[in-house]
Write a protein that binds this ligand. Sequence first.
Ligand code: ADP
Ligand code: MG
Length: 289
Amino acid sequence: MAHSKSTVAGTALGPTGRPVVEFPVPAPLQSHGPARIISLCNQKGGVGKTTTSINLAAALAQYGRRVLAVDFDPQGALSAGLGVASHDVPTIYDLLLGSVKDPREVIQTTAINDLHVIPANIDLSAAEVHLINEVAREQILAGVLRKVSNDYDVILIDCQPSLGLLTVNALTASHGVVIPLACEFFALRGVALLIETIEKVRDRLNPVITMDGIIATMYDARTLHSREVLERVVEVFGDQVLETVIGRTVKFPDASVAAQPITTFAPEHAAAQAYLQLARELVARGSVA
Ligand code: ADP
Ligand code: MG
């Protein structure tokens, strides 16, 4: 099994084939903000962007970080997964179009302390058409988030599965990008185009943006296929692949039905522990304060 390989010296190797590292529990923060903004981005659907946004947000909040999760997909799955109303309430769409100026009028609290949400609904699907003729149309989300950046330690943007204007807005607003990749057929298809898009945004719009890492999701250590895909991903992307690997489990769909992050729905489950580890790893790598 990939996760129990060991070297001659007896060092345990993790699923990425590298020695297992323990990431320390982050020290409490003495002061809060300004936020580091991270987009969860992959133009492929169903790779774990929303699941990672929800559970990483909850895990970071559990470690005392003030977290704002931005639902940036008209499907509204992040809002639903955190039990936040997204119908008949002001959403990110109103902020982008300027019909609501103050993000605080849109931000909702969740059942989790220090985890807030800007919801989205199907209205957002019309946003690109409205923004296309705006001045500095790629920088509109950045302008919105700047207004509340000092209230948070981290802002996570759950992108929609496209590389259109909304995603370019997310990348332009971000300090970092985390790319979720599912350990399945065609996992790597499209990643080159995604990286090219990030590089264009860095050249033309947002020189600070960095790749924070690739997070392998839906990994099933029992299948050769899953292990082979992960091996290939590590071969191609090396150190950009985070140590933390998220296993495949039905607990995730179950937690979505319960409108809770897995960290409160099944806190002892390996999958909850994996997202807590991801939070610790990103703090250890300096992606989050
Ligand atoms: P995306 O936002 O990239 O479209 P989602 O996070 O919505 O992807 O995940 C797609 C589907 O897969 C959802 O039904 C979700 O519950 C499920 N899922 C996500 N991560 C896992 C996992 N590690 N194991 C099993 N199912 C998962
Ligand atoms: Mg999604």
